[in-house]
Design a protein around this ligand. Sequence first.
Ligand code: ATP
Ligand code: MG
Length: 451
Amino acid sequence: MINKFWKNLFKKEPARATRSEPVVLRRNDHSVSRKLISANALKVLNRLHRANYQAYLVGGGVRDILLGLHPKDFDIATNATPEEIKKLFRNCRIIGRRFRLAHILFGRETIEVATFRANHDQSSPHGQTHASGMLVRDNVYGSLEEDAERRDFTVNALYYSSDDYTVRDFTGGLADLNQRHLRLIGDPLTRYQEDPVRMLRAVRLAVKLGLTIEENTAKPIAPNAQLLRNVSAARLWDESHKLFLAGHAQDTYRELRNYGLFRYMLPATQQSLELDDKDTFNQFILAALESTDQRAKQEKPITPAFLYAVFLWQPLLHRAEQLVEQGMSKNDALHKAMSQVLTEQSQFISIPKRFSLVIRDMWALQSRLEYRTHRSYKLLEHPKFRAAYDFLVLRSQADEKLNSIANWWTRYQEASPEGQRSMIQSLSGKKKFKSKRKKRRFPKKNSKENS
Ligand code: ATP
Ligand code: MG
């Protein structure tokens, strides 16, 4: 789809901009028009202009329009400080510690407004770095040119003015867009050290936009993947949504593995994948990601709980097996393994409790779906039945033995109340089940006598 746009992106190859010689495209030389920008973003731009501030649309909003895509959000850069922005907009919240940003809220749409910032030297009190070279605060205000340089990729540093309708490029983003290149601004290793999430953004944006990560930008990623350990687990949770819930999860997962980044996000999953010589766990993950990609494209809701239940499934089974070997009952082992696997994962990507509870439910329901009894009809009322059933269907695609059980549940949901009753009745007749129940309720008569 994207390819269609590339050939005619610009009438002629744009000159490569430099900070001293920016490229300025006039209205007729680019495809950004007000019709393609959200009315709320235009409102914010106009109000800032009327108050005599500079204000530009920047980032994914400009990049995606130039590519002929629909931006998912609109970001604005201005020389007004967050406090000055707040004075202009009643519906404004100031957020962020690392970056202080203004969010202007319009019902379901939020327009993010950032004050121009500059790269800074390490002695500055406003921009602080960690021993690893990572920026922990980045609030040094700057000029428009400086703001362009502190952004991540050249294609993300294009500025559209709704005042004079120009697109400004200080870092070579237009030429890179034309050549389908994703290139970091500045020295790649330093930029990854400042913020290792840029490695994830490189992979994500390249996949989403069909760009090639330019050689010097790509080279340091694999050898420095461990820098991700410096990123907080809460930030990785947010980033993982953009990686896996935005419709390109399958390719993103493959690329994260190729670049060695995946192991620093889901180390237990990585370990299980390495032990999986038949590739079944990998196929299971790919099938799950394919189905989430489909759902994302159809704009159906997706829960991250489902994905994490998939990623951590094999680690869970391994751990439960180990605990059984140590003498624990199957059920206790499963529950203990759930807690251990989720706690260990949370050191890398923190999974909020409301999601980890759902993951536990989905896992616990698997054995209840597999070993059906005459009380199984109750499972249908379980709030997580549907997610657990989807999970079972996915498992059955990777494991033939589960086919008949998954089919049984599919038929059961489609059957009439009468049909359902007879399906359940035929289960009650199963010997295995009857003897189990009896054992629990009525211990064998002669067991006492014999002892
Ligand atoms: P998306 O389509 O996912 O929204 P985006 O590039 O707009 O892509 P945002 O997270 O919305 O991503 O960020 C907006 C802009 O802020 C980026 O285009 C980039 O210019 C800048 N930016 C975001 N994250 C970073 C970062 N880690 N380092 C430097 N600049 C960043
Ligand atoms: Mg954006």
